[in-house]
Write a protein that binds this ligand. Structure first.
Ligand SMILES: [Zn+2]
Length: 425
């Protein structure tokens, strides 16, 4: 293994220091380190963060390898500064058996660019009718701990209760896509002033808030861990604040796009802005940003949702919901939060690693810690060119926008996956 000496790097915003990486771990830190056998990287002006961890990634394999593969999604993740991603279960076939989650896990190992941790489906085929083989997936080589029907809500309260009870045995967590389906039939965008103006069927905030309210009460009743995917409304924040004050074991995520883009984007009729849950209002964004700073929302998760051109570049009503996220998430976080490195490390690495129970991830670079880390140039600005993204899909809402920050290098267990801003393979 190559030995790396990273010179003059600010670890999570601290004073510049050197990091020596040897045998997959951070061997030493301190000023003026020497190592004759090391490859030296001058990191003056760069910030080292623990490798980012995404709790919500759609890799599309198996089934839609035209939109993304485990390998292309892993490369996009590494370029975005990630060292671990949790792969959602809505593949084809659905990841609802030990066989499918092991396949995804193995493909991730073979790609070797990030740790791919499969998420298991809660219900068979995401159909919301009967529980999938949660225990078999937990016992499999993939050691699944997060279960989600994401894309669909586990709408049946009895099934949700049983899932929460089941995962408690192995400290698992149910990640809910909170959307009361009866309230969002035919919905195309956020229900509000803009949807009225455009004459599009609205997705009301209460469809999300009602499910979160129900599920935090169920989680409290059962004593299980609950995670809420892509929180998008100010009302959801208030429900979560109340639940956390009661001691409910609930965690929550917000996506970069819900921190930045409003439902006004729908007036362009460009389906790149169609997403589930939909883009909301400026008031919602303000509440989500405050909740993220405060900790009512625990993490930023990308909901990276690659879609093939034919599924996205069509009429709004027929377009699939979802946006790319892995290669731009840190830049959006930097734009929204500013250089609050400790907060960024907490929301994008430490907390998601804890929620997912990922060993060796989410740890600040320090002696003895696995060398899963990323180097960021906070002074750089870059223009997002869809054609240059590593993802197989092109549905980024940030095309041709200038965003702050650039990932210079990413290390997975001491081996670079990205160097000089480029994937090593
Ligand atoms: Zn979802």
């Amino acid at each position: 293994m190559t030995v790396y000496l990273i010179r003059n790097v600010s670890v999570v915003g601290g004073a510049p220091t050197d990091l020596l990486i040897r045998d997959g771990v951070v061997a030493e830190t301190g000023a003026g380190l020497t190592a004759p056998d090391a490859t030296v990287l001058d990191a003056t002006g760069l910030v080292a963060l623990p490798g980012l961890v995404d709790l919500h990634t759609h890799l599309r394999e198996p089934g839609r390898e035209d939109a993304e593969t485990v390998e292309s999604g892993s490369r996009a993740a590494a370029l975005g500064g990630y060292t671990a991603v949790c792969a959602m279960a809505n593949t084809s076939p659905v990841a609802d058996t030990a066989g499918v989650v092991e396949q995804v896990w193995r493909l991730g190992r073979e790609a070797g660019l990030v740790d791919v941790q499969p998420i298991g489906a809660v219900t068979v085929g995401l159909a919301g009718e009967r529980l999938a083989e949660l225990g078999a997936m937990a016992d499999s080589a993939a050691r699944v701990r997060i279960f989600s029907d994401d894309g669909h809500c586990v709408a049946d309260p009895k099934l949700m209760r049983r899932a929460l009870e089941y995962v408690k045995a192995f400290d698992g967590v149910v990640a809910q896509h909170a959307e009361e389906p009866r309230l969002t039939e035919g919905a195309q965008m956020h229900e509000g002033e803009v949807s009225t103006r455009l004459g599009l069927t609205g997705w009301p905030a209460v469809a999300e808030e009602a499910i979160i309210a129900r599920d935090v009460l169920l989680a409290e009743h059962v004593g299980s861990r609950l995670h809420i995917c892509h929180v998008s409304t100010a009302g959801s924040v208030e429900v979560l604040r109340h639940a956390k004050a009661r001691g409910v074991k609930v965690t929550a995520e917000v996506t970069p796009h819900h921190l930045l883009l409003t439902d006004e984007k729908a007036t362009t009729y460009d389906p790149v802005y169609k997403v589930n849950p939909p883009l909301r209002t400026a008031a919602d964004i303000a509440a989500l940003r405050a909740a993220l700073a405060e900790g009512v929302i625990d993490i930023v998760a990308t909901d990276h949702a690659p879609h093939a051109v034919e599924d996205k570049e069509c009429e709004w009503a027929y377009a699939r919901p979802g946006m790319l996220g892995l290669e731009t998430a840190l830049s959006i976080a930097l734009d929204v939060l500013g250089p609050q490195w400790d907060l960024i490390a907490e929301r994008m690495s430490r907390a998601p690693a804890r929620i997912a129970g990922l060993d060796g991830h989410g740890l600040d670079p320090a002696p003895g810690v696995p060398a899963n880390l990323t180097l960021v140039d906070p002074a750089a600005r870059r223009v997002i060119e869809p054609a240059e993204l590593a993802s197989r899909s092109r549905n980024t809402p940030y095309a041709r926008m200038t965003l702050p920050g650039r990932i210079v290098a990413t290390f997975l267990r001491g081996e670079p996956t990205v160097l000089d801003g480029k994937a090593v393979r």
